[in-house]
Design a protein around this ligand. Structure first.
Ligand SMILES: NC(=O)c1ccc[n+]([C@@H]2O[C@H](COP(=O)([O-])OP(=O)(O)OC[C@H]3O[C@@H](n4cnc5c(N)ncnc54)[C@H](O)[C@@H]3O)[C@@H](O)[C@H]2O)c1
Length: 522
């Protein structure tokens, strides 16, 4: 099979009326079907679709999905089925598995506005973000399909006379995919696709806030040709994820989510249960506290819109979102004044309104947490801008800019995951870099500078997984910006990059003495 070179799925140009109309049509199609029903789906058996409900964060009276709520017994059944599915699926040629992903990508492409509408409703993703989420899912399918074919080629080893060496990458077994809600289509799709295309069986446990968005992923992959036993859907709460992690039949855990849960998974997976004959591997992509450094020579016309976009798009609920700005004292006052002006005019509103800048956050608990951090920022510093009022239905938080916080404030150290940005004043780029280096998180970072030497110096010492220079720090593209964090932000495996699939396989080397002393001929 020869596939054309990978190219990113082009996102919709929402300035065009026809592009907007396709999304509105997708929403009309969806609204007639709400709430969608998401079963516990193991093998051919579609089980319960009750026990869990997801609602529209911008209008919590609107139910988006009802889903099954998997128990530990369901998790065990899913693992047993996946073990059976693994035997057949792992024996298929890599090209066949890759073809299944490419067909799944086509399935999603055909339904793109409908799936985007679902992400918009279930997770309050503004239209542009919702469309990009589906595009990224398609990108993961296409990119990993090509990657698996590449990985299937025997890596060259040194050969000497009388000896033949060969190395193959083989799948590990059953992969538990445990996903967050903030990229409800792209992230679960990417992790599941990587697990499957390398020959593993996968069990997808989506976030409890977004079971609806997981359904089209499993439908797409099964329609593409992944056998039912090789891919299960296990909607549920954290306890369903924990049951999968504990199960001795699970070989790999692909997790994206908060640092607290990721660390708990790492601890739990390190225990070897009675009868378990393998070590579990954990791929963990976790949270961040992402800083943008603004040097004295930065072009503020570039920096201001890029920082506002990085901090407030999708209400600051991207793992890559900007949380702290470290501004050189020569430009700090001017930068704060301009950022405050830009934050003041941000429009908080429903995700389906094309003019909305900042939607609701995902749920009541998230709204309460963000408001607590915003109050703390007011106590520990000064609020420079706060875009009020915000709609009173739904989980809205006013986009807020806080400055001059006490250096010991928890607001500067903890992941807020909401529309709150802080600005600190630094005397030099070195001081800014030190503050970045003090953090336990190292996911994304930004730098605005017009001096190539500064850019080189900061890039050489920055601990973050993804550093963006003179641009926004969100919006990594598959194949262009392999994405993932270091330190407590993750195992640094870089989704959408050339090495990602290696996490899902293990190497086997066969060495044969080719100096034969006679041949056995039957
Ligand atoms: N580094 C990245 O690439 C990346 C990408 C997206 C989101 N994130 C991070 O994800 C977080 C937001 O997502 P979230 O709120 O869904 O995170 P979360 O950690 O609360 O939940 C993630 C998933 O883990 C499950 N879970 C909860 N407790 C569990 C347990 N004890 N054992 C197993 N599974 C368990 C949840 O049900 C959910 O499916 C933020 O911290 C964000 O930075 C990181």
């Amino acid at each position: 099979m020869t596939l054309p070179p990978f190219a990113n799925e082009p996102i919709l140009e929402l300035r065009r009326a026809e592009a907007r109309a396709t999304l509105v049509e997708g929403l009309e199609w969806l609204e007639e079907r709400l709430p969608i029903r998401v079963p516990i789906w193991i093998g051919e058996e579609r089980g319960a679709a009750e026990g869990l409900e997801s609602t529209d964060p911008g209008d919590p009276d609107r139910m988006v999905a009802t889903a099954g709520r998997a128990t530990a017994a369901d998790a065990a059944r899913a693992v047993e089925t996946a073990q059976r599915g693994f035997r057949d699926w792992s024996a298929r040629p890599a090209t066949e598995r890759a073809e299944a992903l490419v067909r799944a990508a086509a399935w999603l492409r055909e339904r793109r506005p409908k799936v985007a509408a679902l992400a918009m409703r279930e997770c309050a993703k503004p239209w542009g973000e919702a469309d990009a989420d589906v595009c990224e899912a398609i990108d993961f399918l296409e990119y990993y399909a090509r990657g698996a074919i590449e990985l299937d080629r025997d890596p060259p080893l040194l050969q000497v006379p009388g000896e033949r060496n060969a190395m193959r990458w083989r799948p590990r077994g059953v992969v538990a995919v445990i996903a967050p809600w903030n990229f409800p289509v792209a992230i679960p799709c990417g992790m599941t696709a990587a697990a499957l295309v390398t020959g593993n069986a996968a069990i997808l446990k989506p976030a409890e806030q977004s079971p609806g968005c997981a359904l089209p992923i499993v439908e797409a992959l099964r329609a593409g040709g992944v056998p039912p036993d090789a891919l299960a859907l296990l909607p549920g709460e954290g306890d369903a994820g924990a049951a999968l992690v504990r199960h001795r039949g699970v070989h790999t855990i692909a997790f994206t989510g908060s640092a607290a849960v990721g660390l708990e998974i790492l601890r739990s997976a390190s225990k070897v249960a009675d009868g378990q004959r393998h070590l579990k591997r954990v791929i963990a992509e976790m949270g961040g506290k992402n800083c943008v450094i603004v040097d004295s020579d930065a072009d503020l016309d570039d920096a201001v819109p890029a920082i506002v976009q990085s901090a407030f798009v999708y209400a600051g609920q991207k793992c890559s979102a900007a949380a702290r700005v470290l501004a050189h004292e020569a430009v700090a006052d001017q930068l704060v004044e301009r950022l405050a002006g830009a934050v003041d005019v941000l429009e908080a509103g429903p995700a389906d309104a094309f003019e909305t800048d900042v939607p609701a956050v995902i749920e009541r608990a998230a709204r309460d947490r963000v408001l607590r951090y915003q109050e703390r920022a007011a106590q520990d510093g000064t609020i420079a801008a706060r875009a009020e009022p915000v709609p009173d239905r739904g989980w809205y938080c006013p986009p807020t800019l806080a400055v001059d916080l006490d250096p010991g404030s928890p607001v500067l150290a903890e992941e807020v995951f909401g529309p709150l940005l802080t600005v600190e004043r630094v005397a030099s780029i070195e001081e800014a870099s030190e503050r970045v280096d003090e953090l336990p998180f190292a996911l994304t970072g930004g730098l605005f500078s017009r001096d190539p030497a500064t850019v080189q110096r900061v890039a050489a010492h920055s601990p973050v997984g993804n550093l963006y220079v003179n641009r926004a720090i969100t919006g990594a593209m598959v194949g262009r910006q392999p994405f993932g964090g270091n330190r407590l932000s993750g195992t640094g495996t870089k989704a959408g990059g050339p090495a990602y699939l290696l996490q899902f396989v293990e190497p086997h080397v066969v060495t044969e003495n080719t100096v034969r002393h006679g041949l056995v001929v039957e």
